[in-house]
Design a binder for this molecule. Structure first.
Ligand code: ATP
Ligand code: MG
Ligand code: MG
Ligand code: MG
Length: 487
């Protein structure tokens, strides 16, 4: 393309570094350091949280930061920001993406931040101003938060200003942590009309690109808001969405950040090339599969390279879920052979070379993906057969899939529950949600107990009877005495 993603990234960083005196700080790994409130790094500001909170070690380099810029590797697949379910369905949400950002820590504030953002977009990148819409925080009576009048005044002469509430224009990192009112810039892909009513509606035509957050508060664990020791600016713009606009496309997947991957997937598949279809009728079909696999292999590569391996709890469990979803789409929809997923890693590495560095970790990443794939393949076959058999059985009542079977797919065959949902949705069927929730709650009860004491002990103490354990479906060995709980 005329303007490759690498240049879009470079222009952003140069603008803040060279023209506005920001220090370029490298991306942190996607595994959060010393922050138990997070599964993955989900925004550029995560690594700067101590500065925002005023808790940075005064002797650290970080303590001297006033203006910084970076491009941060982000994963949004768990916790407060979880986009996993959207991936593949739309053209703008990824589980892994790069967030371009600039920060002021007690330096400039609202006015300068807005002016720089506007100048970069309209002058340097040349985006026509009449394609842009800006939103601001209109206040929230219930929580006593005032409207962001200052920001409204700053943008007023632009004329495309829209008020929104807490959900859209008050940014929070997680259930606790730094937060504040924000102003967001949205882009209309069509133009030549008034698209104001489409802002923040998940319309594919009008897409949010840049969020400027004015960090003024900290959300405490008890949910109260305290003023921060100093006010800061924290901005984040999705590279993939910006590149999409600048390369004149309608989909992030049509940019050079994804097309080599879609091509590589086609090479190893037995289906037609990617054609960009979306919508309800395409859920679970070929184009969605291309997008999911392209997205998930990026996330898997970056996470494994940063030391998060598919596993059994926390971020590791999320990664295992992502891997299993990817394997399922590869095998069942794209009809790829075993090992296909891992064979995409060199392409990811090529696209993201500046981001994930050299290819040193390569064999390790491919090995881990292959091992995990092999682990899941036989369960996948059994599971798909079980779904078919259930749908064809005489007892099956039309439209509602039995929760017990869904649960057993999860518990015995290791299917992520969201994948079960998706596989049923593809067949126009829904699971008996209420009953499934009940089964999940019960299993949590057992897990809770088994975390404290082992299950044998529980039985001896008569906390749970043998019959109850069997009813709850706790897996057991053949002698019927030794019970072992597993996820
Ligand atoms: P959206 O409303 O589209 O879900 P958001 O409001 O959750 O986005 P922010 O937390 O404000 O996103 O993050 C800042 C920017 O990061 C967004 O304006 C967008 O450009 C980008 N971004 C957010 N989530 C994703 C994602 N899942 N994939 C790609 N880019 C994203
Ligand atoms: Mg979001
Ligand atoms: Mg948003
Ligand atoms: Mg936003």
């Amino acid at each position: 393309p005329e303007l490759p993603a690498a240049r879009v990234r470079g222009t952003f960083l140069d603008f803040f570094r060279k023209e506005h005196g920001h220090l370029l700080v490298p991306s942190s790994p996607v595994r959060p350091r010393g922050d138990p409130s997070l599964l993955f790094v989900n925004a550029g500001m995560n690594q700067f949280k101590p500065i925002l909170l005023g808790t940075a070690d005064p002797r650290s380099e970080m303590a001297s930061y006033r203006r910084v810029t970076n491009s941060q590797k982000c994963v949004r697949a768990g916790g407060k920001h979880n986009d996993l379910e959207d991936v593949g369905r739309d053209l703008t949400h990824h589980t892994f993406f790069e967030m371009l950002g600039n920060w002021s820590f007690g330096d400039y504030f609202k006015e300068e931040a807005c002016r720089m953002a506007w100048s970069l977009l309209t002058e340097h990148y040349g985006i026509p101003a009449d394609r842009l819409y800006v939103s601001y925080f209109a206040g929230d009576a219930a929580s006593g938060l005032p409207a962001d009048e200052e920001t409204r005044q700053i943008w007023l002469d632009i004329g495309r200003l829209l008020p929104f509430g807490l959900k859209e224009n008050f940014w929070e990192m997680g259930d606790s942590g730094p937060c504040g009112p924000c102003t967001e810039i949205h882009y209309d892909h069509i133009g030549g009309r008034d698209a104001a009513t489409l802002v923040n509606t998940d319309s594919p035509d009008v897409v949010e690109i840049w969020n400027l957050v004015f960090m003024q508060y900290n959300r405490e664990v008890d949910q109260s808001l305290l003023l921060l020791p100093q006010f800061s600016v924290d901005t984040g713009m999705g590279l993939e969405r910006l590149v999409n606009i600048l390369q004149g496309k309608r989909s992030n997947y049509d940019t050079d950040l994804f097309t080599p991957l879609l091509h590589a997937i086609h090479q190893i598949s037995r289906v037609r090339p990617y054609s960009g279809r979306t919508g309800a009728a395409d859920v679970g079909k070929v184009d969605m599969a291309y997008r999911v696999v392209a997205d998930h292999i990026r996330t898997l590569s970056v996470c494994i390279a940063d030391g998060i391996h598919p596993g059994m709890s926390g971020a590791e469990l999320v990664l295992r879920r992502i891997l299993r979803r990817a394997v399922r789409f590869c095998v069942e929809v794209l009809q790829t052979p075993q090992g296909a997923l891992a064979s995409l890693v060199p392409t990811v590495s090529h696209i993201l070379e500046v981001v994930i560095g050299t290819l040193m970790f390569f064999p390790q990443v491919t090995d881990i993906i292959n091992e995990n794939e092999a682990h899941f393949l036989s369960s996948l076959q059994q599971g798909s057969r079980l779904i078919l058999r259930t749908l064809n059985s005489v007892d099956y009542k039309h439209g509602v899939f039995p929760a017990s079977v869904a649960w057993s797919l999860h518990r015995d065959l290791g299917f992520p529950l969201d994948l079960v949902d998706l596989m049923l949705e593809e067949r126009g069927v829904q699971v008996d949600r209420q009953e499934l929730d009940r089964l999940i709650t019960e299993s949590h009860k057992v897990k809770l107990y088994s975390d404290v004491l082992n299950v044998e002990t529980l039985m001896m103490l008569d906390v749970l009877s043998l019959a109850e354990l069997q009813r709850l479906g706790v897996p057991h060995t053949d002698d019927g005495l030794k019970y072992q709980y597993r996820l």
